[in-house]
Design a protein around this ligand. Structure first.
Ligand code: HEC
Length: 114
């Protein structure tokens, strides 16, 4: 009997701690980190590794980031993400802030070094 009360008590503590962590965001990476946004919005075509080697990447002929960094400066890439390019690379200036776009481009470019 006593042990089941103890069990219940520890469950309550556990749940309280868990919701505190969830509410304050402690322990989970910032949901707006460049990597998280990239994986959610860009990786479908560009690939998590930037290779463009995905189903949609192949369909839309997305170039590998290793090729792209030789062709475009950081500023040129920021412009492409802001304004879009061609039929399949959308403009993102409506949904992402300039700070987010710069962070995304920096993250994307960093994939070329991996
Ligand atoms: C629907 C597929 C698709 C998605 C989603 C997508 N892109 Fe692209 N992206 C493309 C294609 C296709 C090109 C090549 C366009 C061209 O050169 O005509 C491109 C080009 C680019 C370029 C220029 C350099 C290069 O690789 O050619 C950058 C930078 C870029 N995308 C960043 C992003 C970012 C950041 C996101 C997410 C916010 C994103 N893209 C989402 C398809 C996509």
């Amino acid at each position: 009997m006593r042990s089941s009360i103890a069990k219940l008590f520890s469950l309550v503590i556990l749940a309280a701690t868990f919701s505190l962590f969830t509410l304050t965001g402690i322990g989970s990476p910032s949901p707006n980190s460049a990597q998280e946004i990239y994986n959610r919005k860009c990786a479908l075509c560009h690939g998590k590794d930037g290779s463009g080697n995905t189903h949609d990447g192949k369909k839309y002929k997305v170039p590998s980031v290793r090729v792209a960094v030789k062709k475009y400066s950081e500023a040129a890439m920021i412009k492409i993400v802001e304004e879009g390019k061609g039929a399949n690379m959308d403009s993102y200036s409506d949904e992402l802030s300039p700070t987010q776009i710069k962070a995304l481009v920096d993250y994307y470019r960093s994939l070329a070094k991996k």
